[in-house]
Design a protein around this ligand. Structure first.
Ligand code: ZN
Length: 120
């Protein structure tokens, strides 16, 4: 297994474990960071792909889609992971929770039933 494949497996495993925890409270910040890391990885793959394509074309040869397919698939998986993180972040933002003790509240709760702080 190549380093690229290993990395992409780690990324998809992370996405899977994040999905499993969808019922738990996951901080939006963590999801944003996760999406940023994936975006950075996509940039790295672009660079690797670009270098490869350039070196091939420089020697006068052509590049087929098959040659760059692994990279394309990795980028696709990363893009899907970013989309998942963004969807999850949006869902968390829509869930009302106490700013103080972070428990999930009902929409109609104006005060936290645990700490009694105003929940808005
Ligand atoms: Zn509270």
């Amino acid at each position: 297994m190549s380093t690229l494949e290993k990395l992409s497996n780690i990324v998809s495993e992370t996405a899977k474990s994040l999905s499993k925890k969808s019922g738990e409270f996951i901080e939006v910040g963590k999801l944003t960071l996760d999406a940023q890391k994936k975006q950075e990885r996509i940039q790295e793959i672009y660079e690797e792909m670009g270098e490869y394509v350039y070196s091939r074309l420089k020697r006068g040869s052509y590049v087929t889609k098959e040659e760059v397919l692994t990279w394309i698939q990795q980028i696709h998986r990363l893009e899907e992971g970013i989309e998942d993180s963004e969807k999850m972040a949006l869902r968390i933002r829509n869930i009302k929770h106490c700013q103080h003790c972070r428990i999930q509240l009902e929409k109609e709760d104006n005060y936290c039933p645990i700490c009694g702080k105003y929940a808005g």
